[in-house]
Design a protein around this ligand. Sequence first.
Ligand code: NAX
Ligand code: K
Length: 244
Amino acid sequence: MDSFVSEAGLVVPAVTTEQMREVDRVAIEGIGPNLYQMMENAGRNLALSCVEMLGEGWATSSVVVLAGTGGNGGGGICAARHLANHGGQVTLVVSDVERLAGVPAEQLALFRASGGRLAAIGDLGTLETSLTVDAVLGYSLAGAPHGAAADLIGWMSQGPAPVVSLDVPSGVDATTGEAPGVHVRAATTMALALPKTGLAVDATGEIWLADIGIPAGVLERARVRPPPAGLFSKGYRVRLSWSS
Ligand SMILES: NC(=O)C1=CN([C@@H]2O[C@H](COP(=O)(O)OP(=O)(O)OC[C@H]3O[C@@H](n4cnc5c(N)ncnc54)[C@H](O)[C@@H]3O)[C@@H](O)[C@H]2O)[C@@H](O)CC1
Ligand SMILES: [K+]
């Protein structure tokens, strides 16, 4: 789908993975924001969505954050830190801690300082959750999920807790919406910066779009249509629907 629509009726253009990569490249290698800044905005917005989904008394509910080793996982780990910093009962599980590198690894070091709990994949069977954050795979999905990523997706699919997916439900192709193997069925998907063309599928649940601070000049240089003026005039997240 090449566009989505906000509750106010604004038409929001969608991007393919290739277009989003170009936006990220222009931001990171050129104008900014840098990856730390974008990831901080992603993680903070995601944490706020979790708080809103759990409602009053959220801090006494268990939240399990499942993170992969790439940029998507980094955003999830950042959200876990924000939830822990605000007194939440957070448990983080990373698909492969040894493979974390760069900014996502730094996110983990920060999370460790928050007092949140880090559990191993082998502990999944003992974990209780009221809300699960899916930050396993983002737009760099390549083929059917395998290994620890598939195990995490399988665990989310078994339990009754709602899942909030970061950017795209893990296992769903962000451009085509196709799932080459196991995939997450989210209650809510929080897309970053611009909705991806593959989000018009049932697996996304409610779609929210989060502003992560990318200015219009970056989108222009990446030759990507900007979101309509005023889309984020009332806040950093807006709900989107499929356009008919
Ligand atoms: N401007 C944006 O939209 C931003 C996006 N960010 C996030 O970063 C994501 C993209 O990050 P990356 O490119 O690092 O990649 P991902 O986080 O999507 O995934 C990369 C990891 O998944 C593994 N993987 C790929 N396919 C797999 C499969 N089938 N089975 C098992 N493992 C598999 C790869 O080996 C790699 O370790 C986005 O979806 C978004 O969530 C943020 O980092 C910040 C900025
Ligand atoms: K995800």
